[in-house]
Design a protein around this ligand. Structure first.
Ligand code: IPM
Ligand code: MG
Length: 368
């Protein structure tokens, strides 16, 4: 198969982790007879430096012309980087939001899974971990607070400065993501937890109503509603209870970071952003980690697993995706760890070897 892949290396650790994902993909190509063609696409801080904006129209066109886009991460240190002196719509993150919107990538899948081998890196107690956990966060990605109108008003520059963000959802936006959530639950343990803040927000009350309507078409799926603050608590108290967490944009942003730490590290959490076609944007859920960029210590596994999701969802190459996922498990089983997934203090380090970004990529590529 020939695959046209747009590659957004981005900023910070982005280029380092993307290099490793390509290494693994190329190995898959060799072994299974596929050709992966890569087209570099600028987005984020690097695009600002080169073009003045975080995402050009050419970049959007290049993404649209690809079968799928593989991404590293974008952005810098929000307190010190000059990118954050620019107008909000010119900052790195605005590029990513614009890309998601331009490609209508409304469904964001973030699988959070505790690898048996990473139990020692999990900050939760053994009795809470139990037999482990495996959940899918289905985050709405093109609506809500991140896309509503916003402004900051300086009434007269001296008195009270006021900022407004708007949280808007219409029923169609809610219905299409809810359907995706229930569809995926049908392929898993058939449980959906829809997360909202219906005790306060109107948008959440509509969310709940539409989810109930959609649920009627999925009689086999058990579903429940959970308030987002309670969900934040339940994720550390008893993560095993979750199968599919279905939620709106901002709640999903926050809860997916929390869920990733429960699995040991955000460096393990892959993601797929999908629309109604086979196209997808595949990116690790973590950020650009400017503090460790260029040191060769970042964990490339989330990006490598995102590449596996790309093979599975865009190219229907299930066998190849399995090969990557199994290679990751194998490497973990053999005791190799990047620094972020080293055993917690007090846990045994016997048989464990700390490796850097490139070595981790090599080890996984060797095992696919
Ligand atoms: C993520 C990131 C982005 C988001 C930022 C960089 C805009 O945090 O993918 O979770 O909030 O969606
Ligand atoms: Mg986030």
């Amino acid at each position: 198969m020939e695959c046209q892949i747009g590659v957004i290396s981005g900023d910070g650790i982005g280029p380092e982790i993307v290099t490793e994902a390509k290494k693994v993909l190329d190995q898959i190509g060799k072994k299974y007879g596929h050709l992966f063609h890569y087209t570099d696409i600028l987005m984020g801080g690097c695009s600002i430096d080169a073009t003045g904006v975080p995402l050009t129209d050419d970049a959007i066109a290049a993404a649209k012309a690809s079968d799928a886009v593989l991404m590293g991460s974008i952005g810098g240190n929000t307190s010190t980087s000059p990118w954050y002196q620019l107008a909000p719509e010119l900052r790195p993150e605005a590029g990513l939001l614009k890309l998601r919107k331009s490609l209508n990538l409304f469904a964001n899948l973030r699988p959070a899974y505790l690898y048996e081998e990473l139990k020692a890196a999990c900050p939760l107690r053994d009795d809470i971990i139990g037999t482990g956990f495996d959940m899918m966060i289905m985050r709405e990605l093109t609506g809500g607070l991140y896309f509503g109108a916003r402004k900051t008003e300086e009434v007269d520059g001296v008195t009270t400065r006021t900022a407004v963000d708007t949280l808007v959802y219409n029923e169609n936006e809610i219905r299409r993501i809810a359907k995706r959530g229930f569809d995926i639950a049908m392929k898993r343990r058939k449980k959906v937890t829809s997360v909202d803040k219906a005790n306060v927000l109107d948008s959440s009350r509509l969310w709940r109503k539409i989810v109930e309507e959609v649920a009627k078409d999925y009689p086999e799926v058990t579903y429940e509603h959970m308030l987002v603050d309670n969900c934040a608590m339940q994720l550390v108290k008893d993560p095993k209870q979750f199968d599919v967490i279905l939620t709106e944009n901002m709640f999903g942003d926050i809860l997916s970071d929390e869920a990733s730490m429960v699995t040991g590290s955000i460096g393990m959490l892959s993601s797929a952003s999908l629309n109604d076609t086979k196209f997808g944007l595949y990116e690790p859920s973590g950020g650009s980690a400017p503090d460790i960029a260029g040191k060769g210590i970042a964990n490339p596994i989330a990006t490598i697993l995102s590449a596996a999701m790309m093979l599975r969802y865009t190219f229907d190459l299930d066998k190849e995706a399995d090969a990557i996922e199994n290679a990751v498990k194998q490497v973990l089983k053999e005791g190799y760890r990047t620094i972020d997934i080293m055993p917690q203090a007090g846990e045994s380090t016997e048989g464990i070897e700390q490796v850097g970004t490139a070595k981790m990529g090599d080890l996984i590529a060797e095992r696919v």
